[in-house]
Design a protein around this ligand. Structure first.
Ligand SMILES: [Zn+2]
Length: 223
């Protein structure tokens, strides 16, 4: 992977030419164990992966402080809007404005979960894809989470079924500032997945989930 800087705010890596895959971690600084594990996974496996662009710390100040909010008192995953004044969100949007991706995978953690894993999808998997996805997760010791994602967040509160929820942006008119929604509305990325790794899981389980999820989504050509 080649390391780059953008606007002296964001560090990012590229592998290969003309990347059509975008990988993100470090939006929320209290979820960064999975970010470190993703960086380790990509460092090791980049040679066998298609070309990608990876931003390990979308909010460098939140990762540094190990907090959900960044140095500008923002949850950066609510700042992906045209009028945002958040310097980190603006730097990321400026960088990504130079690219068009087929696939984005954004790695988060759900701090309330010990074993339960789930995935947000801006599109909808076919029944066949869902079977393959759930079988892939079952190869790890994780469980497929069923239930409400986050009752404390007015923009979430979505029902997750066996580790999967389709966001269906086209059905809602509201602008929320989610990075995945910005990528979709700006035609920067055809399809985005947000993986919620169980925050209380062991590093070994987090690592095997990252391995399975990244290799499944990249090899399944869900674009
Ligand atoms: Zn998060």
């Amino acid at each position: 992977m080649d390391e780059h800087r953008h606007q002296d705010v964001i560090t990012y890596f590229t592998h290969g030419e003309d990347p059509r895959i975008l990988l993100l971690s470090g939006m929320h600084g209290d979820e960064y164990e999975s970010g470190n594990l993703l960086e380790a996974y990509l460092t090791q496996h980049a040679p066998s992966l298609p070309a990608f662009l990876y931003i390990p710390r979308v909010s460098p100040s939140a990762v540094k402080a190990k907090t959900r909010k960044n140095a500008y008192s923002n949850d950066i995953n609510r700042q992906f809007t045209k009028n945002s004044t958040d310097p980190e969100a603006k730097a990321v949007m400026s960088l990504l404005g130079n690219y068009r991706f087929d696939l984005c995978v954004d790695i988060h953690e759900d701090p309330d979960r010990t074993m339960g894993f789930y995935l947000y999808d801006t599109e909808q998997m076919t029944d066949e894809e869902l079977v393959a996805y759930r079988a892939a997760i079952h190869k790890t010791d994780a469980k497929l989470y069923t239930g409400v994602d986050d009752v404390d967040d007015e923009h979430l509160n979505l029902y997750v079924e066996k580790g999967y929820v389709s966001l269906g942006f086209e059905k809602t008119g509201e602008t929320t500032g989610f990075s995945s929604r910005w990528l979709y509305e700006e035609n920067r990325c055809k399809r985005s997945f947000t993986a919620e790794i169980p925050g209380k899981a062991t590093p070994a389980l987090k690592s095997s989930l990252i391995h399975v999820v990244i290799s499944f989504l990249l090899s399944a050509h869900l674009t």
